[in-house]
Design a protein around this ligand. Structure first.
Ligand code: SF4
Length: 496
């Protein structure tokens, strides 16, 4: 059989961006480097593999057609063909080729009424891009001669709650997407033709950057294509809603070059004005209104969480965040000293979430404001803990009711400086208001690394110095709440 030109992943690359497809096949020839995978991206790929293997348990005892070498699918194609001829009822990684396009289906199942195809996705629902790639598979499989009754996206059941051993039957569910697939089926042949034509081109196709660089997937050639984009540009316009690309296509790269009269939202006007003039916007009355709602003692609180696709703990769902660490700075009275409390869970604790919840209840007392930065994170975690541990619900709810969100004055632009670059996250507000305090000297500098590190400890995959890393996790979380103490002080200093 002729060697394939396209696979499912290269086809999807080509649908996203013709240059991406071309570079995927030819980057070495042009001396172009692919972006290195981040630790988080590697973890996502590893999750995908683990979820695929777990889903096979729904249809046990299948013939596995996974190739020994991904450079040679010949044996997989043969084994698939033979398994279908022998009417094996379950086939994993069933390989098919048609018109020089190769696909490998996660699970193929023979039922009384015929063959049913299942593509496994480690998501909580079916996304449009899943239907697109299932359509390519359907196109190849049916043209290769297989009569398929249904094609399905098999994903997590987001309602599943782990209690004891994982229940595979309940953990997964699937959507029959046959109708949607048949609807877009006529688009596949021209798309395949267009992808093949791109690969015939002698030079890299001309394609400017745009929203397609991260939709539906982050492209791994951004390091190459985005070289001309400065670290800060119109692409960093706050809540841009397409205006960033409109400006970029007009040849405007710097926010300071945005012409007067260009339609901008209020927050965007603050950003552009601050960039052009260097002036800061400080609304003392709005800041005073914000701080007047605070009641002592003040508890500055921050959580760190892990998020596992496959639920690890009892009472958790797929992708549910589990709080494993908190830091609290406590100020009992105005101008008083600040005390620090923290907790970092034992990764072996099977009741880690409940342990954290109980300690938080003891730590946070029953009166005074609980100050967080961006309550869309801490608030829902408290609500989930309350839902999952009804015996603690009233006390956790009482804590949630005391929350004041320190991000509000920055989100509402009661305080804005050009250093914030259109954002209001604590990582941009802190250096603007309190430059002497920085995350830069820390071993762990952001939440994603903290989360992945602890998850590796939980999954016994961490091979670093656990004691030193626990110290680094504590220091990172502590800085988040110390930063809030300092930011509030700076706000207070700006009340007229
Ligand atoms: S970075 Fe954007 S333009 Fe460049 S190859 Fe990727 S998707 Fe295409």
């Amino acid at each position: 059989m002729e060697k394939h030109i396209l696979s499912k992943s290269t086809f999807m690359s080509g649908v996203q961006c013709k240059k991406r497809l071309y570079l995927h096949k030819n980057h070495e020839k042009f001396g172009i480097k692919r972006d290195k995978l981040t630790a988080q991206q590697e973890a996502v790929f590893a999750t995908g593999t683990a979820v695929g293997e777990l889903a096979q348990q729904l249809f046990p005892g299948g013939v596995d057609c996974t190739p020994e070498s991904y450079y040679d699918f010949g044996p997989s194609l043969e084994l698939t063909k033979q398994s279908i001829a022998d009417v094996k009822t379950v086939i994993y990684e069933a390989a098919f080729q048609y018109d020089q396009v190769l696909v490998a289906l996660d699970i193929l199942v023979k039922k009384d009424d015929g063959w049913h195809a299942y593509e496994v996705k480690s998501t909580n629902d079916t996304k449009p891009q899943h239907i697109h790639d299932a359509t390519l598979q359907y196109w190849v499989m049916t043209n290769a001669g297989l009569n398929i009754q249904t094609i399905n996206i098999l994903h997590f059941n987001k309602e599943y709650v782990r209690r004891g051993e994982l229940n595979i039957e309940e953990l997964f569910t699937w959507d029959d997407v046959t109708e949607q697939v048949e609807e877009i089926l006529p688009t596949i042949r021209p798309e395949v033709k267009a992808c093949k034509a791109v690969l015939q081109e002698p030079e890299i196709p001309v394609q400017d950057i745009g929203p397609h660089c991260s939709k539906p997937y982050d492209c791994d050639f951004r390091g190459h294509c985005w070289k001309h984009v400065p670290e800060y540009s119109v692409l960093n316009l706050t809540n841009p809603r397409g205006k960033q690309w409109d400006l970029y296509l007009q040849g405007i790269m710097k926010t300071t070059d945005i012409p007067e009269g260009y339609p901008l939202s209020t927050a965007q006007q603050y950003q552009v004005q601050a960039d052009k003039t260097g002036e800061s916007f400080i609304d003392s009355d709005a800041i005073a209104a914000f701080t007047s709602q605070l009641t002592y003692p003040l508890y500055f609180m921050d959580f760190e969480t892990i998020q596992s696709a496959i639920p690890i703990y009892d009472e958790t769902r797929p992708y549910q965040m589990a709080v494993f660490q908190y830091s609290v700075h406590i100020q009992k009275e105005e101008g008083g000293t600040v005390e620090h409390k923290e907790y970092l869970a034992d990764p072996k604790d099977p009741n880690l979430r409940k342990t954290v919840a109980q300690r938080l209840i003891d730590e946070l007392g029953s009166t005074g404001s609980v100050i967080v930065y961006n309550n869309s994170f801490e608030g829902p975690r408290l609500n989930e803990l309350a839902r999952d541990y009804p015996e603690l619900a009233a006390k956790l709810q009482a804590i949630a009711d005391r929350i004041v969100d320190l991000a509000v004055p920055f989100r509402q632009r009661a305080y804005y400086t050009s250093e914030m670059r259109g954002r209001h996250s604590i990582k941009t507000v802190l250096p603007a208001l309190v430059p002497e305090l920085s995350y830069k000297d820390l071993v762990i500098q952001e939440g994603g690394t903290a989360s992945l590190t602890f998850l590796q400890m939980v999954q016994r995959q961490f091979d670093g110095d656990e004691e030193k890393t626990r110290e680094a996790l504590i220091k990172y979380c502590e800085l988040d709440t110390l930063a809030m103490v300092k930011i509030l002080k700076e706000l207070d200093n700006n009340i007229a």
